[in-house]
Design a protein. Sequence first.
Length: 109
Amino acid sequence: MAENEDKIKKITEALLAGGKMLGVHCGKCKSPLFEFEGKVVCPLCGELEQDRQLKEKAKEDVLSRVDRVLHSKLESLVEKLEKEEDPTKTLQLIEAIRTTLQALERAKK
């Protein structure tokens, strides 16, 4: 238990010191990586990582997640539209679908 508490403490210290937690993990110890002053570092083992490659991977991870969430929302909206009989609510759902499709298109760019 003390080992986990020590890891949490180090990660918390990295956050409090102004580090930005990235969506990628250390290849050595699997801890979340942090960006400090333009450098990417592991708060647990101190490994420095290749900054540009990690930022690109983090960006891809976020965009992939956005794409997945938007597709899920779109599916939900379509299901609601299929069942809706109220014309006003139907128009609202159509507008929400249109907006979601636009967001998906922007996320691809």
